[in-house]
Design a protein around this ligand. Structure first.
Ligand code: SAH
Length: 234
């Protein structure tokens, strides 16, 4: 009898937990939808593929537990090691600027949580991402694997140097700020390719660099704030 009651209580608790989890999932879906329409679309990001990729990727899975309920808010969040996951709008804008159509090979510098890499993996053929801090590289690699991404390679190293082995890249996105555009990245950009990169030390400008017939064109997009790129003796 006692055993039966205990089993009954356990089943009820399990049921409650399931209900809470379902409810939370619905709340995250709603929050994500609001984030896309109110923060990203409303500020001018139009690319339908980019918007639907952001709708699909569960941003709350990329932040530490205590920040999950804030994951869809309009600001960056801490991800450990003094680093942050970028503001959702900035992810949308930078991704749109890459102009991906599905066949590309893309390089990201600054894996962080792996969120931007996941968005890229929804939109391009292959994603290569480099993170300089070992604990972040490791946890992003595990997270992306658990989420089932098979087209992302994560490497721990200095992204200033790019990833020669898999170059050239149709798109390069840099999510930490160097004081100037690293030459190895310019060299590893394919003909017709695009690079999106924040540049500057105290004051940074988001730049879009394109390579056409071997010539480099640079456009300034908006002022931004990113963590500095760690390189050499800086
Ligand atoms: N794109 C990330 C956020 C990036 S935060 C996301 O979606 O979560 C910037 C990251 O760049 C940090 O994790 C930082 O450790 C990393 N970083 C800084 N300098 C770097 C370098 N030289 N090479 C690779 N990663 C670097």
């Amino acid at each position: 009898m006692k055993k039966a009651i205990l089993i009954l209580i356990a089943l009820i608790l399990l049921g409650c937990q399931n209900l809470i989890e379902k409810e939370q999932k619905i709340n995250f879906v709603k929050a994500r939808e609001r984030m896309v329409t109110e923060q990203i679309e409303a500020r001018g990001v139009k690319d339908k593929r980019v918007l639907s990729a952001i709708r699909r990727v569960e941003r709350h899975r990329f932040v530490p537990g205590e920040y999950q309920r804030l994951a869809y808010n309009d600001y960056p969040l801490p991800i450990g090691e003094d680093q942050t996951i970028s503001q959702p709008y900035i992810v949308g804008l930078m991704t749109e600027l890459l102009g991906l159509s599905g066949d590309e090979r893309v390089l990201e510098i600054g894996t962080g949580s792996g969120y931007q890499a996941a968005i890229l993996a929804e939109l391009a053929k292959e994603v290569y991402t480099i993170e300089i801090l070992e604990p972040l590289a490791k946890s992003a690699r595990n997270r992306l694997k658990d989420l089932g991404y098979k087209n992302i390679k994560v490497k721990c190293g200095d992204g200033y140097l790019g990833w020669e082995e898999f170059a050239p890249f149709d798109g390069i996105i840099v999510t930490c700020a160097p004081p100037y555009i690293p030459q190895p990245l310019i060299e590893q950009l394919a003909e017709g390719g695009r690079m999106v990169i924040p540049v500057g030390e105290h004051y940074q400008e988001l730049k879009l660099l394109t390579k056409k017939k071997g010539k480099i064109y640079v456009q300034s997009i908006i002022p931004v704030r990113f963590v500095p790129m760690i390189h050499g003796e800086r």
